[in-house]
Design a protein around this ligand. Structure first.
Ligand code: DC
Length: 222
């Protein structure tokens, strides 16, 4: 798949910030697949569905309409779920607590993977998530796997969170990320895993700009 960039890795590795900047600079679309799993989790919460009721969650995912758009200043990627801007709602503590469980449901994954493949079919797209290089777009022209130490990833999420309403400590964020890493990488269906042909970048000691430049250099040189 020409002009398709897949970026995977654990929470807080810098995927979404880097993918967004890359997309803006390359004039590509950007698709944050984690936001889609978060949106289905939001639907379950707002419809007061029990998280053990997989059938109901799958039916909510089936009916969901997703639309991505950049904010006017291109600094944010907005997600519209069934026409409503849910970009802020999907970043809450409650969603963080439940999203990995929703992402374990095979029926939900099948539906979202299909939607993600459709959204990428015209190319010129940067897509980030956990299974993009392994399952959603295994034929992507470029595949990257970003990682960083748990402490660095938790610190980044904590810094982002300072602008949000939830009162969450660094320690709580670190524990949530550790738990999500475990669930995401040990689940049965499409676990978080580096694709064999993905390029590994440890972002612990690099700035966002440095990683974006690194990726652009690799793309230009191939
Ligand atoms: O990238 P994020 O933190 O917004 O992702 C939220 C959760 O969604 C994450 O814990 C795992 C899940 N996810 C997934 O299973 N597959 C993807 N392609 C993207 C996210």
């Amino acid at each position: 798949m020409k002009d398709v960039i897949a970026i995977d890795g654990p929470a807080g590795a810098g995927k979404s910030t880097i993918a967004k900047k890359l997309a803006v600079q390359l004039n590509y679309n950007y698709l944050d697949t984690g936001a889609m799993y978060r949106a289905v989790t939001l639907l379950a919460l707002t419809n007061k569905v029990d998280f053990s009721d997989k059938k109901k969650i799958v039916s909510l995912a089936k009916k969901a309409q997703f639309q991505f758009a950049f904010s006017n200043d291109e600094s944010k990627l907005l997600l519209f779920l069934n026409g409503q801007d849910v970009s802020k709602l999907i970043r809450s503590k409650k969603i963080n607590q439940h999203v990995s469980d929703v992402a374990c449901i095979k029926g939900v994954r099948d539906i979202l993977v299909k939607k993600q493949q459709e959204l990428a079919q015209n190319g010129k797209v940067v897509m980030d998530g956990r299974d993009i290089g392994t399952r959603v777009l295994p034929e992507a022209e470029y595949k990257f796997y970003l990682t960083a130490t748990l402490e660095e990833r938790a610190q980044r999420r904590f810094n982002e969170n300072l602008n949000h309403d939830d009162n969450v400590s660094y320690q709580q964020i670190k524990e949530n990320i550790k738990l999500r890493d475990e669930i995401d990488s040990q689940r049965k269906h499409s676990p978080l895993k580096k694709a064999e042909d993905a390029i590994l970048i440890d972002t612990t000691h690099f700035s966002i700009e440095e990683v974006v430049e690194k990726i652009k250099t690799i793309i230009r040189s191939e």
